[in-house]
Write a protein that binds this ligand. Structure first.
Ligand code: ATP
Ligand code: MG
Length: 177
């Protein structure tokens, strides 16, 4: 039986609900073991419950929102702003990853950011390459590109069974945000 431990690259992707919440649950586990977790949220800019909750955990659970919100990533000025923010989020994440302060780093919605061309796939692969060996890195979001999956140790693809949106139920506190 293998006993070795290793910092994992973990991907939560697919169309079903639960990618971000799975990453949040994992972060909570780390905190419970006296370890530190950082969650960098790409694209997002709303006061999700987790952002408020993290404040109660001080430096052991840090959530940094670094996006300008979901929207149609068109061309022109709008996309430029999203790109600038996403690149800034990635370089912030790189700095924090290299600092060795955290045991778990989550790049929330980074797969989407790559998919929409907000950050380069190459830059994300570089983050995977340069991470400290013991650090666990989680990448969430739909449409995880194949090269990222290839470099991962754990991939879970959320599959939609049912979703209340389809019945016209709107986003609810605690469930969606
Ligand atoms: P969550 O943040 O709830 O864990 P997620 O990270 O898996 O969800 P995302 O792809 O990040 O989902 O999408 C964010 C939003 O889209 C959430 O509010 C979620 O409820 C909604 N959503 C997720 N899956 C579906 C689906 N299959 N149909 C419609 N809406 C969905
Ligand atoms: Mg998500």
């Amino acid at each position: 039986m293998a006993k070795k431990t290793k910092g994992l690259v973990i991907v939560f992707t697919g169309n079903g609900k639960g990618k971000t919440t799975a990453a949040l649950g994992m972060a909570l586990r780390f905190v419970g073991h006296g370890k530190r977790a950082l969650i960098v949220q790409f694209i997002k800019n709303l006061p999700y419950g987790e952002v408020r909750a993290a404040r109660r955990f001080g430096k052991s659970l840090v959530i940094r929102q670094m996006g300008a919100g979901f929207c149609r990533f068109g061309t022109g000025e709008a996309i430029k702003k999203h790109k600038r923010l996403a690149e800034k989020a990635l370089s912030f994440a790189v700095r924090e990853i290299k600092s060795g302060r955290y045991h778990l780093v989550v790049l929330d919605e980074v797969n989407c950011a790559v998919h929409f061309g907000l950050v380069k796939l190459r830059s994300v692969l570089e983050v995977i390459r340069l991470k400290p060996k013991s650090l666990h890195l989680v990448l969430t979001g739909r449409w995880a590109p194949k090269p990222i999956l290839k470099k991962s140790d754990l991939v879970t693809e959320m599959k939609e069974g049912k979703h209340p949106y389809r019945k016209g139920v709107k986003a609810q506190k605690g469930i969606e945000f």
